[in-house]
Write a protein that binds this ligand. Structure first.
Ligand SMILES: CC(=O)SCCNC(=O)CCNC(=O)[C@H](O)C(C)(C)COP(=O)(O)OP(=O)(O)OC[C@H]1O[C@@H](n2cnc3c(N)ncnc32)[C@H](O)[C@@H]1OP(=O)(O)O
Ligand SMILES: O=C([O-])CC(=O)C(=O)O
Length: 456
């Protein structure tokens, strides 16, 4: 403790000067981006993404180009050419779990037969068990207040429990992928239980899931102290897992995974990078931020039904006067979708059914109001009438909350599901592209001579 205090004191003394130095030497005038035609955020001038690869895994379709201009359309999402809405609809109609089938489709490229699905589901259930002493050595002994941080560290740690970690053959990476997809839910729940004990001073539970349980069922069974869940709850969680499983090669976490993969690194390093990227509040971390923002709105707006009052609060969020100071209305906007994100539509429909007559109904309507008012407020504040729609993160937190899932697990659940997409893209990057990703940066540094230490 004393050592830490000494270190901090030393740093606090120098911090102001070092920050001043940094600011003086590190300003880049935004005009440079236009001047040198640099694609800021890897985006073309019209907002479309720079095309960085070719994929067969997924298509995210959010606009069409009409005479060279971006024209908004309703969003469409397909996994391996199959509409996600149809994929989910098929499982719902047959009243069965669909996440395992989604994983099969994403990894192997086709829908499994009944027999193939049965054996694949068994493999996932078997791989669910963590290596001997993993929970004790990697989670209990080194807890984290943040479950996403623990997920990334645990994935890196799994390298040491793998007899063949560096072998990037298709056979080996497929084995590692299926193991990671199966194990991440177990790691997530264990990391949460240990966080509860170590940081929230509450009891922790380690229940052993049953072999016949689906991924969604195993999560609810191990998470809850009484192990109890209803079939309806598990099917809703399963739907959420299907919806979040994949979103093309360009989303920030998948692109990160593909960039790391292109260097030839091992599976654990590449996937841990993806988890780190997903945690960010502009990406998967937004589902947690939406719920924080909802609390700010609830506290700052007297009448939640008064559109004028909500509109004014949103305006103040954009002006960084309210909320977390980032200027972002979380759960709103998307890099590809314009008119609608098909996942938000499905989640909203389910959230609406779920909250009817429950204590969460007013929160649902408040989120609906944010969805309705945000584009107009954005147009007013930014002088930009680009279409902004609700994204997947706007309603997912409320669905989880209604299911009694703690906020600590909102973004980790996204990671559990997206592991399927990351692995599919890592495999595709490895097997179809053999070139290291290496874009360029335009340097605007002016030349300066070296000055010996004594002359500065
Ligand atoms: C799973 C997911 O990752 S879904 C997205 C989750 N993220 C969020 O909900 C956070 C809020 N939304 C956003 O920050 C953005 O809409 C993003 C990150 C999703 C997409 O960003 P971009 O691709 O840059 O969107 P777009 O090109 O439409 O943005 C144009 C400008 O509007 C801003 N903007 C877009 N949406 C929002 C928003 N919800 N609140 C405030 N500003 C916004 C962007 O920051 C950008 O500003 P800039 O010109 O100063 O750089
Ligand atoms: O596509 C994106 O940029 C973000 C997104 O919605 C996702 O990864 O699910």
């Amino acid at each position: 403790m004393e050592k830490k205090q000494k270190e901090n004191a030393l740093w606090n003394q120098s911090m102001e000067q070092l920050c001043k130095e940094y600011r003086m030497n590190n300003h880049i005038d935004p005009e440079n981006f236009e001047r040198f035609k640099v694609k800021r955020g890897l985006r073309n001038a019209d907002g479309t993404g720079v095309v960085a690869g070719i994929t067969q895994i997924c298509n995210v379709h959010g606009y069409v180009l009409d005479e060279g201009e971006k024209a908004p359309i309703d969003g469409e999402l397909t996994y391996r050419g199959i509409s996600v809405t149809d994929l989910i609809g098929g499982c719902v109609r047959e009243n069965r779990f669909g996440f395992e089938e989604t994983v099969y489709l994403l990894l192997f490229g086709c829908l499994p037969t009944a027999q193939e699905l049965h054996s694949f589901t068994q493999i996932i259930a078997q791989y669910r068990e963590l290596p001997d002493d993993f929970v004790e050595d990697m989670i209990i002994k080194a807890p984290s207040p943040n479950v996403m941080n623990k997920l990334a560290r645990s994935v890196l740690a799994l390298y040491s429990y793998d007899d063949n970690p560096e072998d990037n053959s298709l056979e080996n990476v497929l084995r590692q992928s299926v193991q990671l997809i199966a194990r991440l839910p177990s790691i997530m729940v264990a990391a949460y239980q240990v966080k509860r004990r170590s940081y929230d001073h509450k009891s922790m539970y380690f229940h052993i899931p049953k072999q016949e349980q689906s991924v969604a069922e195993s999560i609810l069974f191990t998470l809850r102290s009484d192990k109890h869940y209803t079939d309806e709850e598990a099917k809703l969680l399963d739907l959420c897992l299907m919806l979040h499983a994949e979103h093309g090669g360009g989303n920030n976490s998948t692109f990160t995974t593909r960039v790391l993969t292109s260097s030839g690194t091992d599976t654990y390093s590449a996937i841990a990078g993806g988890i780190g990227a997903l945690k960010g509040p502009r990406h998967g971390g937004a589902n947690l931020k939406v719920m924080e923002m909802l609390e700010h709105i609830k506290a700052g707006v007297q009448n939640w039904e008064d559109e004028e009052e909500v509109r004014d609060f949103l305006r103040r969020i954009l002006l960084r006067e309210e909320g977390d100071g980032s200027g972002l209305i979380y759960g709103i906007g998307h890099a590809v979708y314009t008119k609608s994100d098909p996942r938000a539509i499905i989640l909203k429909r389910n959230a609406k059914k779920l909250v009817e007559g429950s204590p969460f109904e007013a929160e649902f309507h408040l989120l609906e109001r944010v969805e309705k008012l945000a584009p107009g407020v954005f147009a007013q504040v930014r002088g930009n009438d680009k279409p902004l729609c609700a994204n997947v993160d706007l309603y997912s937190g409320l669905v989880y909350k209604t299911l009694g899932i703690p906020q600590d697990l909102f973004t980790p659940l996204f990671a559990v599901s997206r592991m399927a997409g990351w692995c599919a893209h890592r495999l595709e990057e490895m097997t179809t592209t053999s070139r290291i990703m290496r874009p360029a940066y335009k340097s605007i540094a002016s030349a300066q001579g070296y000055v010996p230490l004594g002359d500065r």
